[in-house]
Design a protein around this ligand. Sequence first.
Ligand code: PLP
Length: 355
Amino acid sequence: MTRNPRLEINLAKLTDNARTVVGRAAAQGVEIVGVTKVCCGAPEVAMALKKGGVAMLGDSRVENIARMREAGVPGPFVLIRLPMLSQADDVVRQADYSLVSDVTTVRALGQAAARAGRKHGVIVMVDVGDLREGFWPDQVPVAVDEILTVDGVELAGLGVNLTCYGAICPSPANLGILTGLAADLQSRHSLKLPIVSGGNSSSLGMLWNGTMPGGITQLRIGEGIMLGCETLERECLQGLHHDAFVAVAEAVEVRRKPSVPIGEVAQDVFGNVPAFEDRGVHQRVILALGRQDAMFDSLVPCDEGVLILGGSSDHTILEVSGREAHIGDEFRFTPGYGALLALNTSPYVQKLFLS
Ligand SMILES: *Cc1c(COP(=O)(O)O)cnc(C)c1O
């Protein structure tokens, strides 16, 4: 049974996208971690990415990794948000690796791993300028010396994250800091660091142009596989599907009305003072879909003649031209990342998996 609103998830397209990204990466010596966080670790999506050949699955939430494990999805699993001290036991039970940027955390993971009788892999994050997580590059050698003494954990490698907080682009210079540190550590400690994790979907452009610097062995890719784009300019990447996800919502009112509200203007429901373009009297459709389901400002209508005018918690208002709309009509949209996140996390939205 289909319900509205719903998110249609085309698993075959996700497998195709994963396979294409994995193939491009393999040609440059790079493995792919398929990142499932935008889908809350939906096991169906995780299996689709595994089928496409991703080497590992990554998620930001221990709960999502547990969900995948319980559904029998094969790992290995990487926790890609820095672990909470209070979750150390769950982290080592559910995840095979985690990204870390603090020695105290690594010690807690080591103790938890010892209690559980396991080894936990850690990937030490280096901040090369985006100013989210990571040791400052000059702190890495000392941190690694300490981490190498912690029982229960294994240093699996180094990583960076870019283009999240600071919107900094990956470059030969900043990725070079990472690969340089990895090379120094390997020769100084005569150890092998199998993972040099060079970022997220913002690095896909380099992969597509064949300009990924040598020494990067892994990328962690979510949005690129899900939506088929890189994330510097949100350019579509050739050979990927851009419509694996479609949001569907239903019309609950259709009426011709003016486009400019009548009366004195104050604040709207979100505290903004709105401005309205006079588009004359036009056909307006109210959808039963709002911010509780999706960020309507990051939805793109699939059909011609549909314009999103605005919305509130539970409603989205459209202008529909060129045809008669009717109550009960379904309208289809391609979600951007923000909308996709909301659609997946909203309990009001049906997730319909298409194979
Ligand atoms: C979300 C996230 C990713 C994946 O990012 P995309 O842009 O969706 O590919 C990779 N690494 C970390 C640490 C993340 O938080």
